[in-house]
Write a protein that binds this ligand. Structure first.
Ligand code: CA
Length: 405
């Protein structure tokens, strides 16, 4: 599809074009000069006018051929499979925002169609589908793929790991994205952070948890790493996709289930089938989502499209977290007024869980050098973060939460 002339011109060449003729050529190539011809046309023609003004005033460089402009904006249609239920405007909505942003930034040239779980790939089959090239993209929580390799968990959350801001710091500034993408090369995938839930709740329980012994024999829906740690305390973990949790809890196939937090959990109705709502979800001090891309398909994109994908992912990453922070307070109030009993995990349960997590880490590190490589970097980063966090952040939040009202 790309011609030789296209390869000589990068995306930045758009802004060194000669004023008049090239603009007319560009308009012909882009297909909408003058009145808009599609539903998005009004917005597009405004953008086009801005471009013409900018280029008309500032263009001093050499001319480029119009095909180069066309090739910097090829028409591409991709498919993205999400692991999350379509009913969740937070999680699934993050994938839709991402796709919409990519389309808007490319004047609809690059379109990514978003599908729910089971439509083009099962919730837990999205990595396989993208690895094989059957589809181009997914949105998921990587810890679902713990069974392939526990190293996947560093893409989402590990027990007693980083909170949301610390996760961003590790990924964007602590080398996390590169470390994780080195790992993903074996799956022919490249991925970028695409959302976060913040610290999750510990989940819905049909009976109270007063002691560590109360966990013994408890059948609990949880994902990824948490199950391995909880099983050391006698919990029987099961991995159930989001949409199947409610019927399992209702029927009593499981005794407890954790999902995310107030806003999502109300939507899935868990408060109707279990009275006790525990916190914090120590296995998810935050849970980062990722937008994953088939590596060959990513490498074949023009550089400007690659940059747009990364920028749109970063936008979704911030927006999903903001949605949770904005939506959870009202959802929490609604839960409490409708009879949900909020409970903190007792301190001995937290301490036993921490100890069980350390044992699990030691076992995995002893046999999985890929895991250990990221573990060492991640935990050193975490410990430094909390060194800082205990000073201003913690004390500010602590005072504000307890201040006289
Ligand atoms: Ca969870």
């Amino acid at each position: 599809m790309r011609t030789e002339s296209a390869l000589t011109a990068g995306p930045g060449d758009f802004f060194v074009a000669q004023p008049r003729q090239v603009l007319l050529d560009a308009a012909k190539v882009c297909g909408h000069f003058g009145p808009p011809t599609n539903p998005r046309g009004k917005y597009m023609s405004l953008k086009r006018r801005q471009f013409i003004t900018t280029a008309g005033i500032g263009a001093l460089g050499a001319a480029i051929a119009s095909p180069a402009i066309a090739q910097s904006a090829p028409e591409i249609k991709w498919r993205l499979a999400s692991s999350f239920p379509k009913s969740l405007d937070t999680l699934f909505g993050g994938a839709e925002l991402f796709a919409r942003t990519v389309a808007e930034a490319t004047d609809n040239k690059f379109q990514i169609q978003v599908f729910g779980p089971g439509e083009i790939a099962p919730a837990f089959g999205v990595v396989d589908a993208v690895q094989s090239g059957q589809i181009e993209m997914f949105q998921t929580a990587f810890y679902y793929f713990w069974g392939k390799d526990p190293t996947f968990c560093f893409g989402t959350a590990v027990p007693f790991g980083l909170n949301a801001r610390q996760s961003n710091a590790f990924m964007y500034q602590g080398g996390g994205i590169d470390l994780f993408n080195d790992f993903l090369k074996a799956y022919n995938i490249i991925a970028y952070p695409g959302g976060n839930t913040g610290t999750q709740m510990g989940g819905w329980f049909r009976k109270e948890i007063n002691t560590v012994a109360d966990l013994n024999g408890l059948k609990m829906r949880t994902a990824g790493f948490a199950g391995a740690v909880l099983s050391k305390m006698g919990v029987v973990p099961t991995s159930v996709p989001g949409a199947d949790i409610y019927p399992s809890l209702e029927k009593g196939t499981i005794d407890a289930a954790e999902w995310v937090g107030p806003y999502d959990d109300i939507k899935l109705g868990f408060n109707k089938v279990a009275p006790y709502y525990y916190y914090p979800g120590w296995w998810e001090g935050s849970a980062m989502l990722h937008l994953g891309i088939n590596l060959d398909k990513f490498n074949a994109l023009p550089k400007n499209y690659q940059a747009i994908l990364k920028s749109a992912a970063a936008y979704a990453n911030g927006d999903v977290m903001a949605r949770y922070d904005a939506l959870n307070p009202a959802a929490l109030k609604q839960l409490i007024t409708s009879g949900t009993k909020l409970r903190a995990f007792p301190q001995p349960v937290m301490e036993a869980s921490y100890k069980a997590a350390q044992e699990t880490y030691a076992e995995i590190n002893a046999k999985n050098p890929t895991f250990k490589k990221i573990y060492d970097a991640y935990m050193a980063f975490r410990d430094d973060e909390y060194l800082w966090w205990q000073v201003a952040e913690y004390n500010y939040d602590n005072f504000m939460i307890r201040r006289p009202k």
